[in-house]
Design a protein. Structure first.
Lengths: 365, 315
């Protein structure tokens, strides 16, 4: 498992050690502008806040982000469910102390967990997606829920464009072509132009709009489907996903995962998108009927796909590995140093606000 | 026009070859064994009135001199650095290229390279395909949106790159021979200052004697260990050995390259780096654009031999 080497963290050098040891030296903090726009709390202080140190917080997702783990450990008593050998026993013995849960896109707080934590007051998700949290149950029990909107919008939209360009222009394949020495034997084949292609977006929320704005700069006509038409938007609205798919070249999934949007991309939609169409998924794996997608790609009924999410991560259907018209990413939509730090600050900031009886920064419930 | 001899310098787009074959008397230079080329040119020099070249194989003074009836060189490219323009001018030979129709594709590729380098798209794809994701997450990359982008050359392609990068919230600055008063971007009258003040430096100017090795050690140092270089111009724009050592020594954070000094040769050390993206000169290589480029080459030839104004003359 990759994570940078940990160094002692001080107030001033909170950022630097992580910077220093990341494999990518390209950090350029854009969090300053976010702080100025009040979307972020002030840089979280490492001075001990005594009442909070005794508060038990349960991290239900794998502890992949050292910065987040450190920041939580500094302020609270952090328990990592991932490293607990006997989970039921642990939950039983800690049922009266755990007051907060931190989850992410992989694991959150389902009804079963919520029922086992009667003192739970807040679930703070290290993600914008809420599909792994039983919101109805939280509402019922008066449990607050927060997520990390806005700070990751740019990264996810950037990646959507990256996927579109990589699929249409066969970027990864071409790079492999050079590295394998094949270029010395002959030119790579022709690919397909991106600029000017019609982009259809499912879900025109923050991320969908950010994708639209970027694609417009490539002269792509934009159309969309969402639960309701958005007034004041110039893009073409389609009343059904099938209709949208039939009328675009590149279909992008950018909506929230709910019971209604599960398998929103099904056989019918894939057929409508067609053998020259390309599907881009930066939402959630369950948005797409994965088995149908795989057979459509293998049989040539769909032109290509750029996928950052899968039904059962980190498992990816192996039939996709041999295809040159797909790009497969390991759920890295918000996976930049800058954005994960901003997300971590939001998680910690929301928890602190809650336990200090202040207004939550980014509440959902 | 079937009697007009047209010399095709190397294999190009099949559609173009077919059309040239059907409209003219087409000679394919690469089908001659190297030892027989002089003889071949001599025996066909009266017939050959046109040459079709591209970014890879040009038309030098020696070739021009061996074709006394040459009237026009039509390049299947926008760059004409491989054509001896001076000699053509001296001899009254027209030269045409394929501007505009490929601007979008090259600009798209410029942005694609930036995203691929910063977000590590190719290593990520390899990571999934190799099954390594089952053993742990990939790790973090770096954000693109809002990074300052510096463009060398603000012509058609440079401007198209600027327009796209702006949609990602990037501030744009540029260096070119002269300031462009109508462009709202910050101008630097020298490339070192441009490199100092951006995170992503994009080469998008034409290759001339002045711009050869315009990206040299000094520029690379100014761009720095957090900067990345994107080259969608010509390989010779960059001092390649300096670029390679900067990447190997960590003095430059990454590079996205579509062109190299000696294509199709790519410096070996680059092949093992995961902070570079290496493409085989595919800037304008889409079906749509190659069709449009081919049509432009044909249109230029037809116009010339029908004594009509050339659609896209260089000289």
């Amino acid at each position: 498992m990759w994570f940078p080497k940990l160094l002692p963290v001080t107030e001033r050098s909170l950022l630097r050690p992580f910077l220093h040891h990341t494999t990518n030296p390209l950090l350029h903090s854009s969090t300053t502008s976010l702080r100025q726009s009040n979307l972020l709390p002030r840089r979280v202080s490492t001075a001990a806040v005594s009442p909070m140190e005794s508060i038990s917080v349960l991290m239900t997702c794998p502890p992949v982000h050292p910065y987040l783990v450190e920041a939580l450990e500094k302020r609270f008593t952090l328990h990592k469910l991932d490293s607990v050998p006997d989970k039921p026993q642990f939950l039983s013995s800690h049922r009266d102390s755990i007051r907060a849960v931190v989850g992410n896109a992989a694991a959150g707080a389902d009804a079963e967990l919520i029922d086992q934590l009667p003192k739970l007051e807040i679930v703070s998700s290290y993600s914008v997606g809420l599909d792994k949290i039983d919101l109805a149950k939280c509402k019922e029990k008066g449990i607050r829920v927060t997520n990390t909107p806005d700070v990751l919008t740019d990264d996810v939209a950037d990646l959507a464009l990256g996927l579109m360009l990589a699929v249409l222009r066969r970027l990864c394949e071409s790079d492999r072509y050079v590295r394998s020495g094949l270029w010395k034997k002959g030119d790579y084949k022709l690919t397909t132009k991106f600029s000017g292609k019609t982009v259809g977006i499912i879900g025109l929320g923050r991320i969908g709009m950010a994708i639209a704005q970027r694609a417009e700069a490539f002269s792509c006509p934009i159309s969309y489907f969402s639960r309701s038409q958005k007034p004041g938007i110039n893009y073409k609205y389609h009343p059904s996903v099938v209709d949208l798919a039939a009328n675009c070249d590149i279909l992008v999934v950018a909506c929230a995962l709910t019971p209604e949007t599960r398998h929103i991309i099904n056989r019918e939609v894939i057929d409508a998108l067609g053998p020259k169409g390309v599907l881009i998924n930066i939402g959630r794996g369950p948005h797409v009927d994965e088995a149908e997608l795989v057979s459509a790609l293998v049989e040539g009924r769909l032109g290509g796909a750029g996928l950052d999410v899968f039904q059962d991560e980190p498992n990816v259907p192996e039939e996709l590995f041999k295809l040159e018209n797909v790009v497969l990413l390991p759920h890295v939509g918000s996976g930049t140093v800058e954005t994960r730090q901003a997300m971590a600050d939001l998680v910690v900031g929301n928890l602190e606000a809650h336990f200090l009886n202040k207004p939550l920064l980014t509440p959902v419930v | 026009m079937e009697s007009i001899g047209v010399l095709l310098m190397c294999p190009m787009y099949s559609y173009l070859e077919q059309e040239l074959q059907s409209r003219f008397n087409l000679f394919k230079l690469w089908q001659q064994p190297p030892s027989k080329i002089t003889e071949f040119l001599k025996s066909n020099q009266r017939t050959i009135k046109a040459v079709v070249s591209n970014a890879r194989v040009g038309v030098d003074a020696q070739l021009i001199d061996s074709l006394p009836n040459l009237e026009i060189v039509a390049s299947f490219s926008v760059g004409f650095d491989k054509i001896d323009l001076k000699r053509c001018e001296e001899k009254g030979i027209r030269v045409t290229n394929t501007p505009d129709v490929l601007t979008d594709d090259v600009a798209d590729l410029g942005i694609a390279l930036i995203l691929a380098v910063l977000r590590k798209i190719c290593p990520c794809d390899g990571f999934v395909r190799s099954g390594k994701w089952k053993d742990g997450d990939f790790g973090l990359s770096t954000k693109f949106s809002s990074k300052p982008v510096g463009i060398v050359g603000l012509g058609r392609i440079g401007s198209a790159i600027a327009k796209r990068a702006q949609a990602f919230g990037c501030s744009i600055s540029y260096h070119s021979r002269t300031q462009k008063p109508l462009k709202p971007y910050k101008y630097y009258d020298n490339i070192v200052d441009l490199a100092k003040n951006c995170s992503i430096l994009v080469v998008a100017c034409s290759l001339t004697d002045e711009t050869r090795h315009i990206v040299n050690r000094e520029v690379i140092d100014a761009l720095g260990p957090r900067g990345i270089l994107i080259n969608v111009g010509r390989g010779a724009h960059v001092d390649e050995p300096e670029l390679v050592s900067a990447l190997l020594e960590g003095r430059l954070a990454g590079a996205g390259l579509d062109v190299y000094e000696d294509e199709p040769e790519v410096p070996e050390p680059l092949l093992r780096l995961d902070n570079v993206v290496l493409l085989p000169h595919v800037g304008s290589d889409t079906v749509e654009t190659c069709n449009a480029m081919a049509d432009l080459v044909l249109a230029n030839l037809e116009a010339h031999f029908n004594s009509r104004p050339l659609p896209t003359p260089v000289i």
